[in-house]
Each structure stands twice: as C-alpha cells, then as structure tokens.
Design a protein around this ligand. Structure first.
Ligand SMILES: *[C@@H]1O[C@H](CO)[C@@H](O)[C@H](O)[C@H]1NC(C)=O
Length: 194
C-alpha cells in the first residue's frame, strides 16, 4: 500500500485507541475506589481504611477504600466485608427508574456494626459519595459506582443502619442531606432499624 495510506491507517488506529481508553477512564475508578450494587450478596461499599475509625474521621485522602462482599471482591486492593455485615434478613435490594426515569439500584437495611472492625459502633456515621465534597469530585475523590454515573452511601454505626444507591441521574443520589440519615436520603426498607 502507498506509504501515505499506511500512515493514515496508523493515525486512525491511534486515534480510536485514544478514544476507547478515554471512555473506559471516564466510566471507572480504581478497584479500591469503586462501589457496586448488584444484589444483597454482591456489592462493594466505601469504608474507613483504618480500624475503629469514625466515618467522618476517615474522610481524608487515603483514609477510605472499597470493601466488598465475598462474591463481589475482585482485587487485592479491596477489603472484604464479613458475611454477617447486614443483619440476617434485614437488607433489601431494590432497582428501578428514578425521578426522571433513569436507572438506579440500592441496598438499605440494618447492619451489625460490630461485624466490621473498620467501624466504631458508637459513631453516628456519615456519608461517602461520587459527586459531593470539594469541587463535586466525590468523597473519596474520584470514587465511582460500577455501571452508573453517581452514587451516595451512608453508614450509621450507632443506629446499626446503612444504605447505598447508585444512579444515572444525580437527582436520585442527593449529596446535600448527609446529616439527615439514610431514610431521608434513600427511601427504602429499613426494617426495625429505621
Ligand atoms: C455481630 O457481629 C459480631 C462480630 O462478628 C458477632 O459476635 C455478633 O454475634 C453479631 N451480632 C449479630 C446480631 O449478628
């Protein structure tokens, strides 16, 4: 083939490689900075990286990482959540279309705060999210939910309650109610802890 046509092909393939890697980077974060919500037994949530830490105190660079159920665990950089993290039969999975018709998935329910040594059972808790915090870059910064554009998560050890919702519409994952507790942020089933 003529030299110029070959150069054009090379350029074209370099361009498409750039495009596809940019798309992948936009949709994903590192495994230890990624949450997921697939079912009551397949999920990852952000937790304090260090033991016995209040959620609020964990909210600093390097203070948080993803912890996953055994079946969702996919990288050594992630922690593993114990099988009894949610109290027996007190966790609900729900998915559907939100306020403006876009997809969401969530877990709500009661946790056993003593089951995970990252938590301090007396901590009133706090929020992690993909789109709040300084400059709207999330807390942890750059964190993301697999397959969705946004997420919001609250962990409330002293109330034995937690919740996480991943959504494609920011309106379904409000980040401005972080002191109001799970039921105000994510409507759902909170069993006897709610
Ligand atoms: C909570 O977790 C602790 C530590 O794993 C365990 O000893 C305790 O039995 C659990 N409590 C409930 C109600 O599941």
């Amino acid at each position: 083939m003529p030299h110029s046509a070959f150069k054009f092909l090379l350029l074209l393939s370099a361009f498409s490689a750039t495009l596809s890697s940019a798309a992948v980077l936009e949709a994903r974060a590192a495994p230890d900075n990624t949450v997921s919500v697939t079912s009551t037994t397949n999920y990852c949530m952000i937790m304090p990286r260090n033991a016995h830490t209040n959620i609020g105190d964990s909210e600093q660079t390097g203070g948080m990482r993803s912890y996953c159920s055994a079946s969702a665990h996919s990288s050594p950089s992630q922690g593993t959540l114990p099988g009894n993290f949610w109290r027996a039969r007190e966790v609900a999975f729900k998915s559907g279309n939100g306020k403006n018709g876009k997809k969401y998935a969530q877990l709500t329910g009661c946790i056993n705060a003593s089951s995970l040594d990252r938590l301090n059972p007396r901590d009133d808790g706090g929020q992690y999210d993909s789109s709040g915090g300084a400059g709207g870059r999330g807390n942890p910064q750059g964190s993301a939910c697999a397959g969705y554009s946004h997420y919001v998560e609250l962990v409330e050890p002293s109330a034995n309650r937690a919740c996480i919702r991943c959504c494609n519409d920011a309106a379904d994952c409000p980040t401005g109610k972080d002191t109001q507790g799970c039921p105000a942020v994510i409507s759902g089933n909170y069993f006897n802890c709610g």
